[in-house]
Ligand binder design. Sequence first.
Ligand code: FMN
Length: 249
Amino acid sequence: MKDAKNSEDRSDFSFPEEERRGVYHAIYTRRDIRKEFLPTPVPREILVRLLRAAHHAPSVGFMQPWNFILVEDPSIRAELKHAVDKERQAAAIIFESPRAEKFLSLKVEAILEAPLVIGVTIDPSRDGPHVLGRLSDPDTDLYSASCGIMNMWLAARAEGIGMGWVTIFRKGDVQKILKLPYHIRPIGLLCLGYVREFPARPMLETEEWAFRQKLSDLVAVDRWDRREGELWEGIRKGLDQPDEFDWER
Ligand SMILES: Cc1cc2nc3c(=O)[nH]c(=O)nc-3n(C[C@H](O)[C@H](O)[C@H](O)COP(=O)(O)O)c2cc1C
């Protein structure tokens, strides 16, 4: 694989410079937000844009397996919060001390504080039993809805709105609270709102729980562990270098 040598070798569908930077800006400065939400409501026209952004995600066989439940009622919020708290306690058992105590000290949701909470679900039966491309991998409905959530996450960042994706709950608890049909699977409680700040680094990094891995350890050529040859040498250095788009520094 060779780089195109000059502009005649490739058609140029790239965005104008400022828009191109805007895409990377959203990608690098998006954060999972669980605290510092402001009470200001998310304007409805922005909420509509965010939902539409999610709905324009790719999906296997174009099945669009997602539904979005906007959770307004404080008593339902309280039930969701309880479900997450329970699961957090359960999850802590997995870790040994001192990681267990550290885990319990981390904030993992903002269900009561965020002005907006959206339950995202997938319907594995949407579009019938033979969705194009899904025969080989039934999880593709989940991948699809994850793309939708990511679209919303990036769009929210561009709108100046923080979002946290909460998954620490028992499926059955959330199914019961949101009155989901039995076959509908909840895959996230999204907490959204304006925030006091977008931290430069992932919270789990600041809390020294986990760190960003070296990208060059995660890329290979032709097989799992091959890191040599012209293509590899051409990209190797760039993979670990902070570049013009690195807003995380
Ligand atoms: C599928 C998925 C599930 C997640 N579930 C939770 C969660 O339940 N609670 C939480 O605090 N963060 C959750 N996160 C956020 C991650 O912890 C976060 O993305 C990661 O630490 C990197 O930080 P960043 O998103 O700010 O870059 C989830 C993220 C993903 C993609």
